[in-house]
Design a protein around this ligand. Structure first.
Ligand code: PAZ
Length: 362
């Protein structure tokens, strides 16, 4: 990156992939995805690609600094569990180190699992802090290891999470791939989508990741850490190409595609969601406001052709082009067993995807 101004470039998806280099791990990642999809096809399962977490925009080639997008990965990880519960196979394409299905219940920051473990038998009162820290350099203890158990309060919850986790692993219905930068995300999305096209209508896309709208092309990145000695730093970024366009029209035209739209001003949520449907022609946009996204979302979708006009007293009346379907849950949830809005979102999408597979939707 230089401090001189540049002519902004407009990247189409095509020019983006022609100029921005493929991540080194892509071929290996896609081989894994390819084999996973083959197995799911043989088992006649529907497959959903869940994207989750935020993408980064590096400011240097040897990255020290980057811009990040907001997302903990809660929406994606939680929804993935409900898709798995419904019998779907899930490709979980997530930001490295963001929340993942099952382990999300014991996130290191909000609910660390060590808090739920107990060492059986009281530690000798003579224990000092020093003797409690033997693990880094001492040989392993020769005395029998004490039992480690889960606290009574947490046992039922851990049991149900663990049972579901083991069942999913035994069935082989969850496949993980990760990204960090927006470049890795875009290359992966294209390659995974093309692989999924063999599934036809049985492929669903649930694009919950928070993807950067702007980026710095590799050709303009500084090779080394940007030095502060030169005073202010001005960054002029280019627009990330609108990737839904080729996804819908080229990579998998038969897929059932659900994108997300996050806003902080709720008044523009519905117009922006409608605009996305108008531009890309996919099936559903889920709108959510940053502040109440855990309790309230709206599904916007095109009104089916047959319902687009209606006769009222013999007069043909045009109906709106898009319909809204609100999902709302109580924002005061019990801490031990909270209702998750993703359960209702997934339930509604499963109905619509079924109709899509049966070909009864536009
Ligand atoms: O991961 P999270 O639960 O913290 O947040 C989820 C979300 C708000 C990022 C997601 O619901 C979403 O809206 N994703 C699309 C964001 C966008 O408009 O780019």
């Amino acid at each position: 990156m230089s401090n001189t101004t540049h002519e902004p470039q407009t990247f189409s998806a095509e020019s983006y992939f022609a100029t921005q280099s493929q991540p080194p791990s892509l071929d290996v990642d896609i081989q894994g995805v390819h084999e996973f999809i083959q197995r799911q096809r043989q088992a006649n399962r529907s497959v959903v690609l869940v994207t989750s977490g935020g993408t980064t925009v590096p400011l240097e080639l040897n990255v020290v600094r980057f811009l990040d997008n907001f997302s903990a990965g809660t929406r994606g990880a939680t929804s993935a569990e409900y898709f798995l519960k419904a019998g779907y196979a899930v490709i979980f394409m997530h930001r490295q180190f963001s929340l993942q299905p099952f382990s999300r219940h014991y996130s290191h920051s909000t609910n660390p699992f060590l808090n739920f473990l107990e060492i059986d038998g009281a530690l000798p009162s003579s224990s000092t802090i020093d003797s409690a820290f033997p693990y880094s350099h001492d040989p392993p203890p020769t005395t029998p290891m004490p039992q480690i158990t889960v606290t009574t309060d947490e046992r039922a919850k851990l049991f149900s999470v663990l049972r579901a986790y083991k069942a999913v692993h035994a069935q082989g219905t969850l496949h993980m791939v990760s990204f960090v930068s927006v470049n890795e995300y875009l290359w992966l999305l294209r390659a995974v989508s093309r692989e999924m096209s063999v599934l036809g209508r049985k492929a669903m896309y649930y694009l919950a990741a928070a993807v950067s709208d702007f980026f710095l092309p590799q050709q303009r990145l500084s090779e080394h850490k940007i030095q502060s000695g030169k005073g202010n730093l001005s960054i002029e970024m280019d627009q990330v190409p609108k990737i839904l366009k080729p996804l819908v029209s080229e990579w998998n035209p038969e897929g059932f595609i659900v994108s997300f739209k996050l806003e902080t001003d709720e008044t523009i949520l519905i117009p922006k969601a409608q605009q996305a449907l108008e531009r890309y022609g996919h099936q559903v946009v889920i709108g959510n406001d940053l502040h109440n996204r855990k309790y309230r979302v709206v599904l916007i979708s095109p009104v089916a052709q047959a319902d687009a006009t209606k006769k009222l007293d013999g007069v043909v009346v045009s109906q709106p082009k898009y319909e809204e379907f609100w999902i709302e849950i109580d924002s005061h949830q019990p801490t031990n067993h909270p209702k998750e809005i993703e359960e209702d979102i997934v339930e509604e999408l499963l109905k619509r995807h079924n109709a899509w597979i049966e070909g009864s939707c536009a």
